[in-house]
Write a protein that binds this ligand. Structure first.
Ligand code: MV4
Length: 447
């Protein structure tokens, strides 16, 4: 039994975790930096502990401060949310060594999936299709020309310790290959302290489709379908939806069951996401995320399953209370990430929120820690709200999204609500006809 959870995060996800806990009768402990004394997550929690100064590295990323806060408040478990320490294997191990429950997978599962080469090796063994490429890491001592001639150009050089797009190099001609590997290795070393890189065929116009899974510690695993997260700018997702406008029920069932089976064989525990690139009717695994994701509400809206409550039950050692056949997918959901940024330049816009009026009504959900009078601090991520709407089908969902965006008032700071209004009316978006490069092309055309 978990009685008290320390929430090692801030903003909307800290609130989201608090809500799951309180609906389960679990007490919460908020932690905060000195910049977040007046934050909503601190106000709502049962207890709070200040863990350090504004910069994340001195507060939200300070593992010892977090463990001390858990000790003095008598928490039994720690929920890391997303970002910050959520995929830090060392932290997960430390939490357990100190006798707390880490609400997430084992440190070993986090470690394997955090290494893109090991992750690919692991899922290949479990029968999941991956992007063709070098079977292992490459160095300039290898016959990299032969590897890439076999794979076929263009290729992409990726950092094994990477993710989120950092340190990738696209190579269209074999004469540029060695230099690209050198650059990728240097960037990987600087950014991740690990210079291992690998090569994949570069897919030109894929969609980004990911499968949500839940797996308990008793060998039961289910999938909750996919999310289409193709609409992104600089590797930051902006709009996510489920189901994907590009997938058939048959494709969903096949890929979803493959992922759930992989979880059972891998002994995975907790919530997880298998990320795929989808092109010309084929899926290719690229990465697995071992945390709850920003866009999880899209899946909650079409399945009715509370993913964060499931994470907590699984961490407490309980069995999943439903099986695959109990899961029904109903309707369509879209999430818009509302960032405190100028809607054309994307310049950050922290500052005081003078007025706040979120939309409401049937099948409208707003996950946000904003309130009127709150000052958005400049030290953290710019995402200040998520608007998630559901409809009986995609057309109704889009109509509800347009009217919810019309209602949404955030005064005092700039937000990307106007971008979402434009997207919700765009013919390509309405058709569902977009890939991972669509948004950046659209934005360049607007300049
Ligand atoms: C790719 C790809 C095409 N082919 N892998 C970007 C972030 C990381 N999670 C994986 N990413 C990609 N991997 C193969 N084999 C395209 C992307 C990608 C991308 C690449 C270049 C410029 C913008 C991009 C935006 C999203 C994804």
């Amino acid at each position: 039994m978990i009685k008290k959870v320390l929430i090692a995060n801030r903003g909307e996800i800290a609130l989201r975790i608090h809500r799951a806990c309180h609906e389960m009768g679990v007490k919460t402990v908020a932690v905060h930096s000195t910049a977040d004394t007046d934050a909503m997550h601190v106000r709502l929690a049962d207890e709070s502990v200040c863990i350090g100064p504004a910069p994340s590295k001195d507060s939200y990323l300070n593992m010892h401060a977090l463990l001390s806060a858990a000790t003095i408040t008598g928490a039994d478990a720690i929920h890391p949310g997303y970002g910050l320490l959520s995929e830090n294997a060392e932290f997960a191990a430390m939490v357990e060594e100190h006798g707390f429950i880490f609400i997430g997978p084992t440190a070993d599962h986090i470690r394997v999936m955090g290494d893109k080469i090991l992750a690919k090796e692991a899922v290949i063994k479990l029968g999941i299709p991956v992007v063709p490429g070098s079977p292992k890491g490459v160095t300039l001592q290898d016959d990299v020309e032969a590897i890439c001639d076999k794979v076929g150009y263009p290729v992409i050089v990726k950092a094994s310790g990477g993710g989120g797009g950092k340190g990738m190099q696209i190579v269209r001609d074999h004469k540029d290959l060695r230099q690209a590997i050198t650059i990728a290795k240097n960037e990987a070393k600087v950014n991740f302290g690990n210079d291992e890189v690998f090569i994949e065929k570069f897919l030109e116009q894929p969609r980004h489709i990911e499968i949500q899974v839940l797996s308990d510690s008793h060998g039961n695993a289910v999938h909750l379908g996919e999310r289409d997260c193709s609409l992104q700018r600089r590797h930051q997702k902006v709009w996510e939806e489920a189901p994907s406008p590009a997938l058939t029920d048959k494709q969903r069932k096949k890929l979803g069951e493959l992922c759930a089976k992989a979880c059972r064989q891998f002994g995975y525990r907790g919530a997880g996401t298998f990320e795929f690139l989808y092109e010309k009717g084929e899926f290719f695994f690229i990465e697995m995320n071992t945390r709850v994701q920003v866009e999880h509400p899209v899946t909650e809206m079409i399945t009715g399953i509370d993913i964060v409550q499931e994470q907590i039950s699984i961490a407490a050692g309980e069995k999943l209370s439903f099986s695959q056949k109990d899961i029904e997918f109903s309707g369509h959901a879209i999430e818009c990430r509302i960032n405190a940024e100028h809607h054309r330049t994307f310049a950050p816009s922290p500052g005081k929120v003078l007025g706040y009026h979120p939309p409401g009504g049937l099948r409208v959900r707003v996950d946000s820690a904003l309130y009127a009078g709150y000052s958005v601090p400049p030290h953290y991520d710019s995402m200040v709200a998520k608007l998630i709407v559901r409809g009986k089908d995609r057309a109704e969902c889009l109509r509800r999204l347009r009217r919810s965006l019309e209602e949404f008032v955030i005064d005092g700071i700039q937000t990307i609500i106007p971008l979402h209004q434009a997207l919700a009316q765009n013919p390509d978006i309405i058709k569902g006809d977009y890939d991972i490069h669509w948004l950046e092309k659209y934005l360049s055309a607007q300049e």
